[in-house]
Design a protein around this ligand. Structure first.
Ligand code: ZN
Length: 329
């Protein structure tokens, strides 16, 4: 797993500001509490003198056992008294301690595990989020939401194939909303098919926005943009950049590929798209693919193994109706 230096330094700076904020807030709270409950300050002083005495006893060697036991009982008593005072004054019992975003690593990003320093899960999540933010900045997420999706734009009548567009789109809308509301990182993948302007981008962006709000990492990319970038990095020998992009696309909680089939396809892009999709599917990580292509066109544009992998793993949503874009303006 590798990310660019820029992603690492952004994630570190977020971690650092989380930690500083927790410490500063605790300092402020402490001053307020000391002013309100003077005994609290005295107890904290006694507690720290207890620790000094304990350290001294251990350092002096000899039989420190009795003294340490006594000190530990003293500490316990003081802590109980402090907790009771805080609770009585309407604070929680740990009000004097910093409230870290991640209590596991106290916003340091690393933890000790079996005598080894390992990266905390919170920092791994942060790296994913920062990497996605970098990718998403290439195709900015605008504010499409479920609330702004207008089902009334779809005709409430049967088309030549006997499909009522509004009914079909209501089902699709409900499916997408439930998908976002109950999202798990091993959700099903989705293939959204249908002509341009039927709301595929709007609904996939709505899912993206909902998940970003819940703290999931989502990379939203347009197929021509991202494949062009990968290809350019590859053929200018910028392998690290190419690998960073692939890592981000592979690792995020949800990958949304918009406009599949509009890219300039080459052997390189076809094999990359297959590898990224397949790697995610093998690890039960969902992908949403949007395409204007019909089944036949997909088969002509991509390798048989890619198309059958997509068809075999995705829920298929077939968008119908008239191009809704001109009606909105
Ligand atoms: Zn952590």
């Amino acid at each position: 797993m590798s990310y660019s230096d820029a992603v690492y330094s952004k994630a570190y700076s977020i971690l650092e500001s989380r930690r500083n904020r927790a410490v500063n807030d605790a300092e402020e709270r402490k001053l307020k509490i000391y002013a309100e409950i003077p005994r609290a300050e005295a107890i904290e002083r006694e507690l720290s003198s207890c620790s000094v005495k304990a350290a001294r006893a251990v350092f002096a060697g000899g039989n420190a056992k009795e003294l340490l036991k006594l000190l530990s009982e003293q500490c316990k008593g003081l802590r109980n008294e402090l907790e009771a005072l805080l609770l009585k004054a309407g604070y929680d019992k740990n009000a004097l301690e910093p409230k870290y975003t991640c209590p596991v690593c106290e916003d340091k990003g690393t933890v000790e595990l079996n005598n080894k320093t390992v990266t905390c899960n919170c920092f791994k999540e942060l790296l994913k989020e920062c990497a996605c933010a970098e990718v998403n900045s290439l195709s900015p997420l605008n504010l499409s939401t479920f609330e702004s999706f207008e089902l009334s734009y779809y005709p409430d009548e049967e088309n030549a194939e006997g499909v009522n567009a509004r009914r079909r789109m209501t089902q699709i809308f409900n499916y997408c909303k439930a998908y976002a509301m109950n999202f798990k990182t091993d959700n099903r993948s989705i293939l959204m098919r249908g002509a341009t302007g039927l709301g595929k981008t709007h609904l996939s962006l709505s899912i993206a926005n909902e998940l970003l709000g819940k703290g999931f990492s989502v990379a939203y990319v347009s197929a021509p943009d991202i494949l062009f970038q990968l290809e350019r990095a590859h053929f200018s020998y910028e392998y690290e950049k190419e690998q960073d992009l692939i890592s981000t696309l592979t690792e995020c909680d949800l990958l949304i590929i918009d406009d599949l089939g509009t890219e300039f396809a080459t052997n390189y892009t076809n094999s990359q798209i297959y590898n990224i999709f397949n790697n995610r599917i093998l690890r039960s990580k969902p992908v949403i693919i949007n395409t204007n292509l019909t089944m036949k066109e997909l088969e002509n544009a991509y390798t048989q193994r890619f198309v059958s992998r997509v068809m075999g793993t995705c829920d298929k949503l077939d968008f119908v109706g008239r191009d809704i874009r001109p009606r909105k303006v």
